[in-house]
Design a protein around this ligand. Structure first.
Ligand code: HEM
Length: 458
């Protein structure tokens, strides 16, 4: 993985290269700096690790200490053992279909704001191109601020809005975060002595103030708004396992932000790019959306959005080609003997790190014919059955699979449906094709951005 640490190559490509170099191996042993890591290739073994023998691979492989990082340290992604289990089960109630229906109205408002923004943005409409990730970030950030913090993000209207500023503070330190991540990965023992702080104090204070002000306002005015913040605030009364405090409320609203904003913006921006690059797919999707709207008095609603198979398929295919998190990680918490299909029993020792390289699996021609081709039909009708669970894992699998998957899919679907209904998309020449990935980013990020032209649908 030297190329990645020297920042010559993206980790996306490095893992894909290792994966494809050993086609007949169920797993490959590699070194991440000084740390041994098992890169798992075989879908049966992936199933064992993620689901069947989960009690041996209970934890993720990243550290954040609650005492140093009070907000990030409470995020399920970083929690371990019994504490993870309790928090995960508390939060799960916030992501049911019923709760998604609550949130739908706020996503609808943001989608309308996005359409107005594009219509009024000269570069988007006059052929100069607008960068897709920036557009999608404004959208997902507004969604997070509305659904998780209960306030208007104003990310379309104002480049200095509170949320746009906070996101710059959190996410433009990409190089710094990548370095911390790399150093921890190369020298894992360091994290036992020096705990990296990912969220800086200024950001922590701003988020804490936002939440406490909103909760106070709601209490003083007797306001109940059906959103994620309300669900978290209720946990202060209902959580029996531990004292759920305002810090927990802020931490989980922040978790919604950190886990959900960048990942969804990334996925949605690649999807817009593929629609722009594949006019036939775009037209077919527009027809699906517009026809179903006609049959429903021109009203898009939560239920209708769930019944659009081609929209589902384009989203799935885009997540195959560009999984925002391109590798899943686990730590072996209890020694485990695995028996690969074609080999000798093998013991995975406690504390060994596990990596499941999605950038390899999702492009394996054994599972996906012509993997470099954007082909949503793989996820349509009977063909869908060929895409097996443990070869396609954009949201992970098992008890630690993505908690926010429903929300992520919903916000991307509504955003995309609004865009294709209103605009024809084409790729602007500023986009570097073929896409190359940025070695400085820990999520899948294209070098130079994805530039799209928008034209109103007549
Ligand atoms: C396209 C958008 C998203 C993608 C591709 C994505 C992907 C993932 C992946 C791959 C994992 C690791 C799963 C595993 O190791 O098995 C994960 C975990 C997680 N995601 Fe997402 N995610 C997305 C959006 C969201 C959103 C919107 C939220 C919250 C609102 C969220 C919350 C979480 C949480 C809390 C975890 C940790 C779960 C645990 O360890 O128990 N994600 N996500």
């Amino acid at each position: 993985m030297g190329d990645s640490f020297l920042m010559k190559k993206s980790l996306f490509d490095v893992l894909a290269d290792i994966y494809s170099k050993y086609p007949d191996w169920p797993f490959v042993g590699i070194f991440r700096g000084t740390a041994p890591v098992l890169l798992i290739r075989d879908p049966d073994l992936i199933k064992d690790i993620m689901v069947k023998s989960f009690d041996h691979f209970h934890d993720n492989d990243l550290e954040a200490d609650k005492t140093v990082d009070p907000l990030l340290g409470r995020n399920p992604f970083f929690l371990k053992g019994g504490e993870w289990k309790t928090v995960r089960s508390q939060l799960t109630s916030g992501f049911t279909s019923a709760k998604m229906k609550w949130l739908y109205q706020y996503l609808e408002e943001t989608s309308e704001q996005m359409i107005k923004f594009i219509q009024n943005e000269p570069n988007a409409m006059n052929g100069n191109g607008y960068e897709s990730k920036e557009l999608c970030s404004r959208f997902t950030l507004n969604n997070v601020s509305s659904c998780a913090f209960g306030i208007e993000g104003r990310c379309f209207e104002d480049d200095n809005s509170e949320f746009w500023q906070i996101s710059r503070q959190i996410f433009t330190s990409g190089i710094f975060q990548t370095l911390i991540f790399m150093v921890q990965a190369i020298f894992p023992f360091i994290s036992k002595f020096v705990t990296a702080k990912f969220l800086n104090k200024a950001v922590e204070n701003r988020l804490t103030t936002l939440v406490s002000k909103t909760l106070k306002y709601r209490e003083e005015h007797g306001i109940i708004r059906n959103d994620f913040l309300h669900i978290l605030n209720q946990l202060k009364k209902t959580c029996k396992e531990y004292e759920f405090t305002d810090v927990d409320v802020t931490a989980h609203a922040t978790g919604f932000y950190i886990d959900g904003f960048e990942t969804s913006a990334t996925a949605m921006s690649f999807l817009l790019y593929e629609l722009a690059a594949n006019p036939q797919v775009q037209t077919r999707l527009r027809e699906e959306v517009c026809t179903s709207l006609k049959d429903n008095n021109n009203k898009l609603c939560y239920e209708l959005l769930q019944k659009l198979p081609y929209l589902d398929a384009v989203l799935n295919e885009s997540l195959r080609m560009y999984p925002p998190l391109f590798a899943l990680g686990r730590k072996c918490t209890k020694a485990y003997t695995c028996v690969p299909n074609n080999g000798e029993p093998f013991v995975i020792e406690k504390d060994v790190s596990i990596l499941v390289p999605l950038s390899g699996l999702h492009y394996d021609s054994k599972y996906f014919i012509e993997p470099q081709r954007f082909d949503p039909d793989r996820f349509m009708g009977a063909d869908k059955e060929n895409v097996l669970k443990y070869m396609y894992l954009p949201f992970g699998e098992g008890p630690r699979a993505c908690l926010g998957q429903r929300f992520a899919r919903l916000q991307m679907k509504i955003g995309i449906a609004y865009i294709v209904k209103n605009f024809k998309l084409s790729v602007h020449e500023k986009t570097r094709v073929p896409i190359q990935y940025d070695p400085l980013s820990i999520v899948t990020t294209p070098k130079g951005g994805l530039w799209i032209n928008f034209e109103s649908v007549a």
